[in-house]
Write a protein that binds this ligand. Structure first.
Ligand code: BES
Ligand code: ZN
Ligand code: ZN
Length: 473
């Protein structure tokens, strides 16, 4: 996907220009006078041989990892806009300033910059050829290693975006399971799809209660990656896989139906992260569990007031059929603990509108009952450049989901919706260290916030989960 070379030879040349280099280049007659090398400012120039060079300003301050992704994405996007299919990016200065590891961000940014949403028309755009040129040969092998690791993550992010961008009629629950199995088939990941009949035998009633709302049956995908047989630690990664969420009998208003196809972004994220871990042969053990279903209206659909059972044995009072995510995640979390023996839990979901109101489209909500576990996640998202904010919880929040007629209810009060949704899931984690991510705001963007995003799915969570599992312990 990206060639690493030590001389620029193939395609449009791209050069990153720091403000301090501007004068030096201008003296040699190089750059137009209006170009200030401000961050993300772009300038196209031709030389005597009629060769194009694209200069991208990178300002004067040090770049953080988001910015390193952005400059690479910007370069690729600009070439894509001009329908130039070969691009050669000089990364030498960045490597020299920030070390070989900086290529990690550049490579991810470049690949995400070329991401196109799948279009259901004839004119499919072709992939670009990207070349990274590093003149500093001493670190070339290190650069190559980091680059290859980043490429697996970026492939994962692109896959997650594809899944989330697919409309509901092109991705039923079983299609989603199949797409993931196909995507990881050349890795060491073991996959198992648990179909409806087996779910019934097992008593996965919370998942079934939501899934029965549709003629397209529910299923649950289990993916096992054993990259560290010497360790007993197994990380459980549970992702919400609702391929369409109409709200059920608590039907969503039509003006809020646009995002309903993207309610499986959590499931897409955990599968993509596991793919990258396996591709990069990371020394860790992780099991992804993805409950998949639709949330619709049928004669068998849940109704407000119903009391259902769950796989754990706990009974649940249904207050709102649109709070379906926590129901299916409850069963998946119970399964991960009981049947897969996971030693710690991460769950990730497009779970509440409340988190969007609170943190917007660039920050995910996080909740955890274990400081050490959250701390590991904190380190992970410093590396990925994603943003999260940890929310508090106390006894009074737990009280909000107590039911008079069942063990628990699926809706709290009109406030603290993100916290009570998380705590509902925690009730099924059987005291394992638990971390909950609500990505309802960050899973898709319109318009994009960062250069490495395009309108639609973002692939939120993939790289942070990857880094969480790729920890040094
Ligand atoms: N999938 C939605 C949450 C959501 C909302 C995701 C907006 C993306 C954008 C979830 O299943 C849901 O419907 N949540 C309800 C819960 C409510 C009924 C307690 C919500 O947040 O409105
Ligand atoms: Zn819902
Ligand atoms: Zn939902």
């Amino acid at each position: 996907m990206i060639q690493l070379v030590n001389r620029q030879e193939n395609g449009i040349k791209v050069s990153f220009v720091k403000k301090e280099r501007l004068e030096e280049i201008q003296k040699s007659g190089g750059l137009s006078e209006t170009f200030k090398a401000d961050y993300l400012e772009a300038l196209w120039l031709t030389n005597e041989q009629n060769e194009f060079t694209l200069y991208i300003g990178i300002g004067e301050e040090d770049l953080d990892c988001i910015q390193r992704k952005e400059i690479a994405a910007k370069a690729v996007k600009l070439c894509k806009e001009k329908e130039l299919h070969k691009v050669s990016i000089d990364i030498t200065d960045i490597i020299n300033q920030y070390s070989a590891q900086a290529v990690f961000d550049l490579a991810e940014g470049a690949i995400l910059g070329q991401y196109n949403q799948r279009i259901f028309k004839d004119n499919q755009s072709s992939k670009m050829e990207i070349e990274f040129c590093n003149y500093n040969e001493e670190v070339q092998e290190q650069v190559r290693a980091y680059m290859n690791d980043a490429i697996s993550i970026a492939e994962g992010i692109c896959f997650a975006r594809d899944m989330v961008n697919l409309p509901a009629n092109r991705l039923r629950p079983r299609d989603f399971a199949q797409e993931i199995c196909d995507f990881v088939k050349d890795t060491s990941i073991e996959t198992e799809v648990i179909y409806e009949e087996k779910l019934r035998e097992m008593g996965m009633d919370a998942l079934l209660s939501v899934g029965e709302s549709s003629q397209y049956p529910p299923c649950m995908l289990v993916m096992r990656y054993k990259g560290d047989p010497s360790s007993n630690r197994i990380t459980g990664l549970v992702g919400k896989g609702v391929t369409v969420d109409t709200g059920g009998y608590c039907l969503k208003p039509s003006n809020s139906m646009l995002g309903i196809k993207g309610d499986m972004a959590g499931g897409a994220a955990v599968s993509a992260a596991l793919y990258a871990l396996a591709k990069n042969q990371v020394k860790t053990n992780a099991v992804a569990v993805i409950p998949m279903c639709e949330n619709r209206i049928s004669s068998g659909s849940m109704l407000p007031g119903d009391v259902i059972r769950s796989y754990s044995g706990k009974t649940i009072e249904i207050i709102n059929t649109d709070a379906e995510g926590r129901l299916i995640l409850a069963d998946a979390v119970s399964y991960a603990v009981k049947d897969e023996g996971v030693t710690e839990i991460l769950d990730i979901a497009t779970l509440t509108g409340a988190v969007v109101n609170m943190l917007g489209f660039s920050i995910g909500g996080a909740i955890s009952d274990d400081d050490k576990w959250f701390d590991e996640f904190y380190k992970a998202y410093q590396k990925s450049g994603e943003r999260y904010w940890r929310l508090p919880f106390y006894k009074e929040h737990e009280k909000m989901i107590e039911s008079k007629i069942a063990d628990i209810k699926n809706l709290g009060e009109s406030h603290c919706g993100t916290i009570t949704a998380g705590l509902f899931i925690r009730a099924f984690a059987k005291e394992r260290p638990w971390l909950h991510l609500d990505i309802a705001g960050t899973a898709w963007v319109e318009p994009p916030i960062f250069e490495f995003q395009t309108k639609g799915a973002t692939g939120a969570g993939v790289s942070s989960i990857y880094h969480l599992c790729n920890r040094e312990d």
